[in-house]
Unconditional design. Structure first.
Length: 209
């Protein structure tokens, strides 16, 4: 089944360009919106798998739209596609639950791969955005996670399911879920992708692990 997308950007030419990138059999663009408020209505009507979302838009900006989308449809993945890569834009979007954050100059094939990864729930960050998070990590003490919580999160960051984590660590799936709930609470996030992003940001996980 193709990945169902909606494209949210206040510039029609950008929406047209993104639609052209995803005009393949692996994807289906099921709707478009020009601002966050319209995106909520389109998402409710179409039930997308992934929302491609700009940040700075009229009526309702991207960060507020992410929060509302996550409340309205918890299973939807939000991939921010924008030109802004400073921490004032990156951090609020990640904290509100964006699955990934890439820039508009991302090559076509990389953007397609980013959407495929986001649809799987994997955290996707462009190199410059990862750099912003790494810089922030060097100036912020990491939250305290137990060694087991770090092990669980490290496997999740590599795309493992709860069942696969349980098998690797010889624990039950219920225990994995409990560890993740504790991680979410400590990192003040709402889902796995945000937990991974914050863990990289704060230095709890290294990209060389």
């Amino acid at each position: 089944m193709p990945i169902r997308l909606i494209i949210v950007d206040d510039h029609p030419i950008v929406r047209d360009g993104l639609r052209g990138i995803f005009d393949t059999g692996d994807f289906e663009v099921v709707g478009e919106a020009a601002d966050g408020r319209e995106a909520l209505a389109v998402a409710l009507r179409t039930g997308p798998d992934v929302v491609l979302l700009d940040l700075r838009m009229p009526h309702m900006g991207g960060v507020e739209a992410i929060r509302r989308l996550r409340e309205q449809q918890p299973g939807v993945r939000v991939l921010v596609v924008t030109t802004f890569d400073d921490d004032a834009d990156v951090l609020p979007a990640i904290e509100e639950g964006a699955t990934g954050y890439v820039l508009k100059d991302t090559p076509r094939d990389d953007l397609r791969r980013a959407v495929l990864a986001a649809a799987r729930g994997e955290s996707v960050l462009s190199p410059t955005v990862a750099g912003v998070l790494d810089q922030r990590a060097r100036h912020s003490p990491p939250p305290a996670l137990s060694p087991r919580e770090v092990e669980v999160l490290s496997l999740i960051a590599r795309g493992a399911t709860n069942r696969e984590v349980a098998g690797r660590l010889f624990i039950t799936e219920a225990t994995v879920k409990t560890h993740l709930l504790h991680v979410f609470a400590k990192l003040k996030v709402k889902d796995r992708a945000a937990a991974v992003a914050v863990a990289y940001e704060s230095g709890l996980l290294s990209r060389t692990r």
